[in-house]
Design a protein around this ligand. Sequence first.
Ligand code: SF4
Length: 206
Amino acid sequence: MKSKEVIDILDNFIPNPRCELNYTKDYELLIATLLSAQSTDKRVNEVTKILFSNYDIFSLSKASLDDIEKIIYPVGTYKRKAEYIKEVCQSLIDNYNGIVPNNREYLESLPGIGRKTTNVVLSLLYDVPTMPVDTHVARVSKRLNLVNINDDVNIIEEKLMKFFPKKSWNRVHHQLVLFGRYTCKSKNPQCLECPFQKKCKINEGK
Ligand code: SF4
């Protein structure tokens, strides 16, 4: 498939893609994305609803680990994530007056914040063209034959950035996430309603 074909199909199937994490402030997006590792957006939204209504960035940096852990427990690896949240909030306060900066190097240096989280945050807050690769993007890209089955997330990111025009990256990223979350699911993909059915590796030869 050519990139235009993939983009046209995605635009038709998912015309209004958006991030499904709830946030109203820049640091809330950063924390919600941090919490989403090995969890679901639905679960993250449930805990951040409580977390962000009880704390702002300043009180979070000073909150006890115990209190944060009790709230974020449902997202998993909550002990480590509670530590990350406190450290991230304190660092933002110390270095950027509590603002999440448009600074990739700094963001990637924060505890619990990797390349994927940085990509998500920069694209949503500053409209920086990025191609964050999560489990959905990786799976869908492999099934659609856009990348090789054994490619790791860094290679997948590189290949997708080469394949799709830069101006489409942010939109395509959200579309691939939503497509993987609701249609091309890991188990039990909804192939009968899939617009890529004839192009898909899984259905090759059928
Ligand atoms: Fe995914 Fe099925 Fe569509 Fe293939 S046909 S891309 S496995 S939903």
